[in-house]
Design a protein around this ligand. Structure first.
Ligand SMILES: [Zn+2]
Length: 153
């Protein structure tokens, strides 16, 4: 549960997050800004290329061991800093916001298994091809399904 440090109340969270986003269609994301350094930033919601991508709202994400290596260890191919917002998260469950012409519907719960170039699970919203999304049964537990993604289940 989210609780304000200043008041101990959790009902201030939406206001605090809205202020951090900066209004409009801004979102919050983690961004690798340098080797070993991550910042929480406000950035634009990704544009969806209709017919090629789906926009989802990230509900649950997890940190994979490969994410830890990406942040702290020099890569074989050096990263360009700052990295894209939300990179390198690749394990998440989300809600479909904009189906982009796919057979998915707004509100569908999906397991995201993004390919290279779409690993943005450390952001509130992500755009990726529908082929990277697996529809989950309604009522599925997002946390349990996110955890299963790293096991390939
Ligand atoms: Zn992983």
């Amino acid at each position: 549960m989210w609780v304000s440090h200043s008041t101990g109340r959790c009902d201030e969270v939406p206001r605090v997050l809205a202020a951090a986003r900066g209004g409009g269609d801004r979102l919050l994301a983690a961004q690798i800004v340098d080797q070993g350094r991550i910042a929480c930033i406000s950035c634009a919601t990704p544009e969806v290329h209709f017919g090629a991508e789906v926009l989802i709202q990230t509900l649950v994400t997890s940190i994979c061991g490969s994410d830890v290596r990406t942040v702290f260890q020099p890569a074989a191919e050096p990263l360009q800093y700052p990295c894209p917002p939300g990179f390198s998260g690749h394990e998440s469950v989300g809600l479909v916001i904009e189906p982009g012409g796919s057979s998915l519907k707004p509100g569908d719960l999906v397991l995201a298994v993004p390919g290279t170039g779409y690993t943005r699970a450390f952001a509130e919203y992500q755009a990726m091809p529908s082929s990277s999304l697996i529809a989950l049964p309604s009522g599925a537990n997002p946390s349990k399904w996110c955890w299963r993604s790293s096991l390939g289940l």
